[in-house]
Design a binder for this molecule. Structure first.
Ligand SMILES: CC(C)(COP(=O)(O)OP(=O)(O)OC[C@H]1O[C@@H](n2cnc3c(N)ncnc32)[C@H](O)[C@@H]1OP(=O)(O)O)[C@@H](O)C(=O)NCCC(=O)NCCS
Length: 109
């Protein structure tokens, strides 16, 4: 898992990448890693908002963050458009790229 605090708002944690070895998926590891990071008392200030980006075809990742929101006091999860396919496609590139959405999760303060 890779993430960083937003420099302009350190209470906002941006998760850049989360991955679990194929052999160990579906065992709750991603959820536990995210929970540990969110609720780590050793790091200050506390996290109030979590952001990440997810493509429309990545059901496992969508579900991982939906489930995290549920555990985090049923926090609302707001999904907004970020990059459309056209933004991710180079003129010499024939591959299709799914749009990336910005996911923002955080319980009301
Ligand atoms: C996304 C990923 C990190 C999830 O890791 P994981 O350890 O298997 O996830 P967990 O076991 O903690 O599951 C979290 C939730 O997502 C659900 N989930 C996991 N994989 C799923 C799948 N393939 N389809 C639907 N739901 C899925 C689980 O049921 C669980 O929901 P619940 O808490 O309501 O039961 C893993 O699938 C992965 O490494 N994918 C490839 C890398 C990737 O796409 N990363 C995200 C982009 S940054």
């Amino acid at each position: 898992m890779i993430g960083y605090r937003r420099p302009e708002d350190p209470s906002c944690l941006f998760i850049w990448q989360v991955a679990v070895d194929e052999r160990f998926r579906g065992l709750g590891l991603a959820g536990r890693m995210l929970d540990d990071l969110l609720h780590d008392k050793a790091i200050a200030p506390p996290v109030h908002t979590l952001q990440t980006t997810i493509t429309d075809d990545n059901l496992a990742s969508q579900q991982t963050f939906r489930s995290l929101a549920r555990r985090w006091d049923d926090a609302p999860m707001v999904v907004t458009p970020l990059f459309e396919s056209a933004h991710l496609t180079h003129s010499s590139d024939t591959a299709h790229h799914e749009p990336e959405r910005l996911y923002e999760i955080g319980p009301p303060m």
